[in-house]
Design a protein around this ligand. Sequence first.
Ligand code: B12
Ligand code: SF4
Ligand code: SF4
Length: 370
Amino acid sequence: MSQPSPLTAEELRERAAEHGLIAGVSAPESGAEGPRFLRWIQQGRNATMRWMERDPERRFDPRRVLDDTRSLVSVASSYFLGPLPAPPDDRPRGLIARYALGDDYHGVLLDQVRAFAQSLDDDLARPYVDTGPVLEKPRAARAGLGWQGKHTNLVSREHGSFLFLGAVMTRREVEPAEPHGDHCGTCSSCLDVCPTKAIRADQPYQLDARLCISYLTIEHRGPIPRELRPLIGTWIFGCDLCLDVCPYNRFAQPVREARYEARPALLNPSLEELLAWDQATFSATLKNSPLKRTKRRGLLRNVAIALGNAGDRAAVPALIRCLNDEPEPLVRGHAAWALGQLGGGAATEALATAQDDDAFVQEEIDAARA
Ligand code: B12
Ligand code: SF4
Ligand code: SF4
């Protein structure tokens, strides 16, 4: 198979721009991210995301995937849509990370990245958006698209930090970019705002996924550790606190990608209404939405925690119904916890008489009574 001819960095950027993408290139060899990634895994900071431990070297050396790789092209696309509307009233409402308010970016962006990869005239080129063994953030930083902020996400001076990333492995030779340099300076806003200290002031640039609300509400499958629940606030899918405070987002221009526009059902959703969703409503409302990832039981688990934290006793009847009828032990157990948090006569009475055959739910009921 013939080797595709080299491409200048400028030509590459132009081709990417035709597909709505910002692009840059790094050489295939691993940089500092390789040993750092291995250390992160050794420290267990990947929580239950055990897939990251499999063949870890593949993640920082693309030649283990496509042995002829000459360039690792990093791409970025903004999903910043500007300020979000305020909640219409003071009833308990859930917070959803911006990236998940519209259509699933995996589909939207991967189509764009695939089309861009085809324009490289390398029939072996491999496009990825979260879908392959690439450390997309450090790669994008090495490719000159921005830098990894203290919250670990890629930040760009022009586009802020609400950016999706992707990558293309190619045999095309393109001159690698000059890395961008770190512009966080003495700022520590993202470290200060993190409620769980998933990124600690004394360990910036390193995230402990075990403590991150984004991990807990999206990737974590079972019960959420009890001591972390109060810190989650009303986030029901993901968390944007560390991105929201980043001063570089002040300069970000809103983009108009219709597919990332917020779905009305997901903007300030009423927690009580969400708690009443059955499987059919869940599937119909969340077609092609990132929220499907948690399945119904994971989302309702998060909704129950958010209701427990919102502190509005008007939600007690909805939580009691959930305790009695809900088919998922995971949801019943977290509803019991929420009732314990809200307290008051009706909640205390419901907990006093509640009994459950499921050991986890019964343990939660006992703990909530206490
Ligand atoms: C696993 C994963 C998660 C996990 C772990 C997050 C993490 N920080 O890695 C969880 C579920 C928590 C998560 C959360 C989120 N994620 Co996520 N996630 C991923 C995924 C699939 C893999 C990331 C990975 O490999 N992490 C491994 C760690 C070790 O990598 P790292 O953070 O870059 O770690 C480096 C630094 O710690 C550094 N380092 C270590 N020590 C030191 C010391 C110094 C001094 C320095 C400078 C650096 C340094 O070296 C490490 C190795 O390179 C990527 C997609 C991909 N394939 O890359 C998306 C991705 C990173 N996620 C993304 C997004 C949008 C999010 C959320 C914002 C979603 C949300 N709003 O809820 C949050 C952000 C939370 C946060 N503060 O990071 C985007 C980020 C885009 C961007 N602008 O950077 C990505 C790239 C998806 C995409 N294709 O767009 N995510
Ligand atoms: S996403 Fe939320 S919990 Fe995770 S590091 Fe950022 S502020 Fe902390
Ligand atoms: S909030 Fe401050 S420290 Fe955090 S990434 Fe942005 S500039 Fe860097």
